[in-house]
Write a protein that binds this ligand. Sequence first.
Ligand SMILES: [Zn+2]
Length: 482
Amino acid sequence: MKKPKINARYIIFVLVLLCLVTLFAACNAETESSTNAVYDINLSYDGNLTVEGVQNVCYTNNLAQPLDSLKIMLYANAYKQNAFTITDAGEAYYDGISYGNIKIDEFTVNGNETEFSLSDNEQVLSVDIPSTASGEKVDFSIKYTVTLPKCNGRLGVTQKTANLCSLYPVVCPIVNGKFVETEYSPYGDPYVADVQDFFVTLTAPDGYVLACSGKITDETQTDGTKTFEITAKNTRDFAMVLSQSFALLAKTADGVEIKYLYYDDSQPAETLGIAQNALKIFSDAFGKYPYDTYTVVQAPFVAMGMEYSSLSIIADNLPQDYLETTVVHETAHQWWYETVGTLQTSEAFVDEGLAEFSTAYYFKANGDKEKYADLYGSHKLSYAVYKAYAKANGITFDETMAKPLSDFNSSNEYVVIAYDKGALMFGWVFDILGEKKFKKAMRNFYEKYKFKIAAFSDLTECFKKYNKGLNLNPWLNGKTVI
Ligand SMILES: [Zn+2]
């Protein structure tokens, strides 16, 4: 995500301080050979607040030992009544508080209806499966109904779009032999997933235009409805944004079809050009963008932007300068979060810090050293200002970087730690290693962990190949003075 918007009191404090110093599917032949889970999803959107889904999943046990249960995330239940997201994201609710949820209508395993249980907040579904040996596959099927909130969030009906992100039930990834349950947090992007293959059919009332992860392979119109067939292979998630207002601009560059869907942009060709340029610069610096499509989509959105596999959402109210840095930041996430998965719920600074540093680097690589220095300087200033603000207001500021999302004291603390301190740390490594070695280390990291989930320690090992004595612990534990 690009920085959440920051609260008014803090903005006033920043402005005052700035003045003083004058200066955020069923298993079938096609899927037999894949070790990715294969999601065959059939969705029907009613054009209002309801999505009906039928989802067949062919899941491979990639563990060394037999598997006899599954944990499945139901992110849509983060929008239920009494979920903490409501109070923490009030500004997303443009028409008063509105609730959403996912109701599981039927769950079958290998064709047999099966009992399941839900966690207390109904965000994690647990189900027993027949013992499945290492390398073997299990089929399960879920019928569900999603009620969308009226909200400018990841999942919701906005005033211009239907944001259908984090909508479908998804199996938790297994890290170090255990399912990682990523229950919703008001801070950060509480999503960790393995790469998967998606085959999606979406039916919506005629008139809707679709922006989505992957490639739309077919579009048909029948009896007042439009049906989209979409394929997204080897992707960490699958997201969709629908609107009756979208205009489309597209071009193909270096084998990638780049699309921009928008409704309010006086310079759409420039925005598309920023996405194209970012894909090129990051491909050259870190390793080739792995897909043949990339879509940027405008939407009413509570934060500045949000990353999904081969899809970036950009808020529709960004000033030109923020539009550019947001498109670049979200595009950088295609490398850090998407292709190389990170532990976003316990090491959020990795993908956000890398995305922010990569954004600054984009300007440097583009010949704009002044903007690079400005962005770097803005992270330093932002961090110092928040530290002073916290001190002046008696707010605890825990400068530790590697901590669970639930350990952050506020959205502001999350922003300065994950984005600002994260970017500063990677800038510090960049300066120590030098551009050439830094890029080599990042390319090694990208190649080694492509389509996997990497921990920060994995990245540190890649850096250490070029500087054995590199010690990032003072950054992580908060002792480094910024
Ligand atoms: Zn981000």
